[in-house]
Design a protein around this ligand. Structure first.
Ligand code: GLA
Length: 671
């Protein structure tokens, strides 16, 4: 079941860009709540996510509902002009339910149930949990329907963040039913998974279990278990959404994804069509020196999942997280740089976890818009400044990210397949190559759409297939058609190796793209971290090599020594429509990749968004009428960009060149 909907017509929950965060007033006294509202007005907050963990407040005892607290909060927020993204409380199982039904706890691969407490303590397949969850959702939706504060529904919280894989008896039954539905016969399962290996052939569906324990399971079975687990969680989302749509048909419904590099716990790209607004929680990893680029990658993926349209940054951190080994705050100005970077890449919101830092509980040291120090703090000052700055950007609401000429294909299933079963190198790193390529383009101010592998590719000049280990016949055809129509394709090592069943495509690697690339790979030869190979054009390969033969491709670079001396490493096949299909059979080191990126950008005729100094991120959002250039100087030195127009943040007019202080942001309305 999927809801027919048109995201373009979905009303955005706020008039301007949404600004606010998770609000958990049940943790605070009335006095603090009243202070919160005053501070929210001061900061310009216009949307808060309410009630994420409030099940026990709504239903303190089995079947006894009390909505007086939520009524009071909705009224208070409404009186203060703040719209509400109201959560269904199903991420937080009340203790009375755990006591009455311990069987709803998810079980790990060794059959150990999780302990009550924490959050998401439910098995995605449990009909008992589903019954209680839908009952509270129904009661809540019926009760609040029509309240003018409610602008958006937030189903549960971060689906699968803790309960994504369950091995309890109910999940086992559900897995078997899912397989019956998908394959119809047990012979089809045996054949898809290749169960003849090790004599693991099944005689009936009853013999199949979830891949649990320490056994080395079949790669096809492992992959299908990942798909099943994502689908089991999606059933819960759909069941809740159906109730919400019945009571409040005009209120958009979403849930918060956790999109980073991938693969993710659930298959977000396949969930996205079920969302009225696609929303993301994004947390940078403090010690990552390139966290800004990982942030950009996730924004580019979000846009890829929202058909290029606006998406919602539902949560990010004002400062430090608390789950890393060492949690460092953001540097001076970084809060604003991160917020604007999300907006630059298509978000129409800047939302945080959370409004006020908690005194107690697991996340008592997680940063918030109002820190423990209170109003008189650098953090809150930054928040107030950001809120004010964002009000100058309302005219950007109706624009989308523009001038994108490059697509990277991404598929969660490829990432799952890569970590399912043993590989030539068992350090699964699905998105490593994608990230390295993205970084090379990011540094050159070339915007990339990171798109699901099946979206239409016309309109792009270059399509990169970065480490797409699994590729269906359809994906292979789709990519080949793009190249044959004149596009440039770059396929990187260990792409197109298996089909949708995680079965090797034989006859020469990379099976799915072999003909397009005009090559035939015979053996993989991964490298240790200490090893590297030199190519005859001066490039260097790390991590990966293979014994490759060219069938009808030009050899751009060959191995200059070692066991593969003289063998092709980088090839290019000219396609009939004037396009080109490149194959990189080695993982290029950073200088070589930079050289390659510069070359491919020039050859494919890709024009950067702007000419900028090193460290300046440039992204354009535009509509038919107007165009805005977002410039973010991540460097700690003065930078610049060649652009003309008016900076929405300062009102300053620029002619030809925009100077950017170290760490500064500018949003230029271009002429
Ligand atoms: C996630 C959750 C929040 C909170 C934050 C902390 O995004 O949705 O409830 O735990 O992480 O960073």
């Amino acid at each position: 079941m999927s809801l027919p909907h048109d995201r373009a017509r979905t009303a955005w929950p706020t008039e301007g860009l949404s600004f606010g965060g998770d609000y958990n007033p049940e943790q605070w006294s009335r006095e603090v709540v009243l202070e919160d509202l005053a501070l929210m007005r001061e900061a310009g907050v216009n949307l808060v996510t309410l009630g994420v963990f409030s099940w026990v407040v709504h239903e303190p005892r089995d079947g006894e509902f009390d909505f007086s607290w939520i009524d009071g909060m909705l009224d208070l927020l409404h009186e203060n002009g703040i719209r509400v993204d109201l959560a269904t409380p199903t991420a937080a199982v009340p203790m009375w339910l755990h006591l009455a039904h311990p069987e709803i706890l998810p079980q790990d691969a060794f059959g150990h149930p999780l302990a009550p407490g924490g959050r998401l303590g439910w098995c995605p397949s449990s009909p008992v949990f589903r019954g209680y969850a839908l009952r509270v959702v129904e009661a809540l939706a019926e009760h609040v329907a029509g309240h003018p504060a409610i602008a958006l529904w937030h189903v549960g919280n971060e689906f699968g963040g803790g309960n994504a894989r369950c091995h309890c008896p109910v999940s086992n039954d559900h897995f078997r039913a899912w397989l019956r539905d998908r394959y119809t016969s047990i012979d089809a399962v045996n054949s898809a998974w290749g169960m003849a290996f090790w004599g693991n052939t099944y005689s009936s569906f009853d013999e199949i279990t979830t891949p649990s324990g320490a056994t080395a399971h079949n790669p096809g079975q492992l992959l299908d278990y990942e798909r099943f687990s994502s689908d089991a969680l999606l059933e819960q989302y759909r069941a809740e959404r159906e109730i919400l749509k019945r009571w409040t048909p005009d209120v958009p419904v979403t849930t918060n994804f956790m999109v980073g590099l991938g693969p993710d716990v659930v298959d977000y790209a396949r969930w996205a069509p079920e969302m009225d607004i696609v929303a993301n929680d994004h947390y940078t990893y403090g010690p990552d020196p390139l966290r800004r680029q990982e942030l950009a990658f996730s924004g580019d993926r979000m846009r890829g999942m929202s058909d290029g349209g606006p998406w919602m940054l539902m949560e990010h951190a004002a400062g430090a997280a608390s789950w890393h080994p060492i949690n460092q705050p953001k540097g001076p100005g970084e809060l604003a740089r991160h917020a604007f970077a999300h907006v630059a890449r298509g978000s129409n919101s800047v939302m945080f976890f959370q409004w006020r830092a908690s005194r107690s509980g697991t996340e008592q040291f997680h940063s918030a818009m109002v820190p423990h120090a209170g109003r008189d703090s650098r953090m809150f000052e930054d928040i107030v400044r950001l809120g004010a700055d964002l009000t100058h950007l309302d005219e950007v609401m109706d624009t989308v990210v523009a001038d994108v000429q490059v697509a990277f294909l991404h598929d969660n299933e490829a990432g799952w397949a890569l970590k399912s079963g043993l590989k030539p190198t068992n350090q699964p790193s699905y998105a490593d190559t994608a990230r390295a390529f993205h970084n090379a383009f990011f540094d050159r101010a070339v915007t990339v759409d990171v798109v699901p592998a099946w979206v239409p590719l016309d309109g792009y000049k270059l399509v990169v297939v970065p480490g797409l280990f699994l590729a269906s016949e359809e994906t292979a055809r789709h990519v080949a058609a793009f190249a044959e129509a004149g596009g440039t394709v770059v396929v990187t090592w260990f792409s197109g190796i298996v089909d949708e069943h995680n079965t090797v495509i034989t006859g020469g690697y990379p099976g799915a793209f072999r003909e397009l690339l005009g090559v035939r790979g015979e053996e993989f030869s991964p490298l240790t971290p200490e090893q590297s190979v030199d190519l005859d054009n001066g490039w260097r390969g790390v991590r990966w090599t293979e014994l490759l033969r060219s069938v009808d491709a030009d050899v751009v670079a060959a191995h200059s020594g070692g066991a593969l001396a003289g063998r092709p490493a980088v090839t290019r096949r000219a396609t009939t429509g004037g396009g080109a299909a490149w194959y990189l059979s080695v993982d290029l080191d950073r200088p070589s990749l930079d050289d390659f990126a510069a070359r491919i950008i020039a050859q494919a005729g890709i024009v950067p968004v702007a000419t900028v100094s090193p460290g300046v991120e440039a992204v354009r959002r535009a509509s038919a009428e107007s165009s805005y250039l977002f410039l973010i100087n991540h460097a700690d030195t003065e930078g610049w960009a060649d652009a003309s127009g008016t900076d929405l943040l300062t009102g300053a007019a620029h002619e030809g060149r925009v100077a950017l202080r170290a760490g500064a942001v500018a949003v230029i309305r271009e002429r």
